[in-house]
Design a protein around this ligand. Structure first.
Ligand code: SF4
Length: 423
């Protein structure tokens, strides 16, 4: 695997308060204008692509505006109290946009109440539609943006053409005066594209995004942003570079999905953002970390710190062996998490696999059945969580379903076996 060569010096950490005070290299402070297009031709931001402006509620994305920082409520949407608290916590941390997942009509009813109860905070809310694209019409009155995943549109109404489903979503967005995000993930890319591209999953991801841009634009709908995500920062960098060359005017939402736990999850994300943003690519970001619910504000703080460092030219050196050894990826959790024991499980997996830290293997730990099965396919060992147990996989093969108390020794045994098969 080709490794990115870092030849930049370590400059150090500049932590931020929630007002996002930026310090330039001379120590001059600039308040609340992170990542605006700079007139200084030596600034990493002087090269920002001239993307079009997309309004998401009160937030403006693209066209050289400040890079908006997003996060997502990790709680079950129907747990109204907990989700309201997540929105308060993320707003307090400085989130510009907060995403909430909606999978059912009961979630829509909860979302309406959540919106009502957070009115005084005036949050900018995006909703994540996974498989159930038809809920777009019901959630639209309560949100500022809808994210749909092109790779999930085939699940419902299988005989209906994808372009008709996209037309439905676009019409809903236009009627309610809200924005869209075409959110493509390498791990859940449109199956037709995977067939066409085979091992080039980045190519499949880029073509899928491009095709959906064309569908929206043919409908005259241009108020959208695009994201191309993967848990491997290299694929995030490559996919966004390729897409940005094809459609330089489309605002991009950057993120390394399932980056895992801090500090590794932050480092992977930082590597991708440093490369892309300093090339002028990226208009809004999300740092996805596996964290206890009460610590989700750390996603925003990590995003602020990364953006601040890039703005000031403080690129981090990365240890040359950072990408070597055991790679544990885990999702940031969201409303779909089947059992909150998932977060503890992800943390335990990190502890019990320490003995194998030098092994070049990937373990993926996912929180639900929606993305879990697909997102674990590429890992050497995959775990995806259900309400009462965990599905254990070796590559694409399902080994079995085990209770939360049984799973740890099973993973250890499977890891031992996988290591001995490799040697
Ligand atoms: Fe949410 Fe499932 Fe993705 Fe985890 S894997 S973030 S629980 S959709």
């Amino acid at each position: 695997m080709e490794r990115y060569k870092w030849n930049i010096k370590w400059i150090g950490t500049q932590s931020l308060n929630k007002n996002r005070v930026l310090l330039d290299l001379a120590g001059n402070a600039e308040v609340n204008t992170p990542m605006s297009k700079s007139n200084d031709s030596t600034s990493p931001f002087s090269r920002r692509k001239d993307t079009r402006l997309v309004k998401v509620g009160k937030v403006e994305i693209g066209s050289g505006r400040s890079i908006a920082i997003q996060s997502m409520a990790a709680t079950k949407t129907q747990n109204i109290e907990a989700t309201v608290n997540q929105i308060k916590l993320l707003t307090e941390a400085g989130a510009d946009i907060i995403r909430v997942a909606v999978d059912s009509k009961a979630d829509v009813i909860a979302l309406a109440e959540i919106r009502r109860r957070t009115d005084e905070l005036n949050p900018t809310i995006s909703v994540d539609l996974q498989e159930n694209y038809r809920l777009a019409a019901e959630v639209a009155p309560y949100v500022d943006k809808i994210r749909y995943n092109p790779g999930h549109l085939h699940h419902h109404e299988k005989s209906k053409p994808i372009k008709d489903k996209v037309a439905f979503i676009a019409k809903v967005a236009a009627t309610h005066n809200i924005a869209l995000r075409i959110g493509v993930n390498c791990g859940s890319v449109d199956p037709q594209k995977l067939l066409k591209f085979g091992a080039d999953d980045v190519g499949a991801m880029v073509e899928s995004a491009d095709e959906h841009c064309a569908m929206l634009e043919n409908l005259g709908f241009t108020r959208y942003v695009v994201s191309l995500k993967d848990s491997d920062w290299r694929k995030v960098v490559e996919g966004n570079r390729r897409f940005s060359e094809m459609r330089p005017n489309v605002p991009l939402h950057l993120g390394v999905t399932e980056a895992g736990m801090p500090p590794d999850g932050v480092i992977k994300t930082r590597i991708a953002f440093e490369q892309l943003i300093s090339e002028g690519i990226g208009d809004t970001i999300r740092v996805s970390l596996t964290l206890p619910f009460e610590d989700k504000g750390q996603e925003i703080l990590a995003g602020q710190e990364i953006l601040s460092d890039i703005a000031a030219g403080r690129f981090r050196s990365v240890p040359p062996n950072f990408d070597e050894g055991l790679n544990i990826i885990s999702c940031p959790s969201c409303s779909r998490v089947e059992n909150e024991a998932f977060i503890e499980l992800a943390q335990d997996i990190k502890v019990i696999t320490k003995f194998a830290e030098k092994e070049d293997l990937t373990i993926a730990v996912m929180g639900c059945r929606v993305n879990g099965p697909g997102e674990t396919d590429d890992a050497d060992i995959g775990l995806w969580c259900g309400p009462t147990g965990v599905n254990l996989k070796k590559g694409e093969e399902l080994i079995g379903h085990f209770s939360y108390t049984e799973i740890i020794p099973r993973v250890k045994t499977l890891l031992d076996k996988t290591i001995s098969e490799k040697s």
